[in-house]
Write a new protein. Structure first.
Length: 123
């Protein structure tokens, strides 16, 4: 389902739709609220919030998206948390795709698996 997008948004459609596909469970199953995409080229980000936890999914065009997690006012990269708590699930960007759209799917799919399995340990 593709919504209506402005010209400055078109480059971010794969990111926006992939967030819905891979992180929509945060809203549907865990009752996070989701912001509208915020766009300041070359970046786009979407916020997911629930009480004292916030997940900011940040994407700079052409690169891999990443997630900043804020719990009780403390910021951390989800990548750092994964490396520390579940090192076997760390995202290896060196072995990832070179195509920008495939990079989005590669990273968000991996984040999705970790979050679905371990969200209760973060909230």
């Amino acid at each position: 389902m593709t919504a209506s997008y402005s010209n400055k948004t078109i480059a971010f459609i794969p990111f926006i739709e992939s967030c819905e596909m891979f992180l929509g469970f945060l809203v549907k199953k865990h009752f996070f609220s989701k912001s509208e995409p915020r766009i300041m080229p070359p970046e786009c980000w979407i916020e997911y919030r629930k009480s004292d936890i916030e997940l900011d999914v940040i994407y700079e065009y052409g690169d891999y998206p990443w997630i900043r997690i804020t719990i009780n006012g403390k910021d951390n990269s989800l990548d750092n948390i994964i490396k520390k708590k579940w090192p076997n699930k760390a995202i290896n960007r060196k072995k990832g795709p070179s195509d920008p759209d495939k990079r989005i799917v590669f990273a968000l799919e991996k984040y999705s698996h970790v979050l679905q399995e371990h969200i209760s340990e973060l909230t």
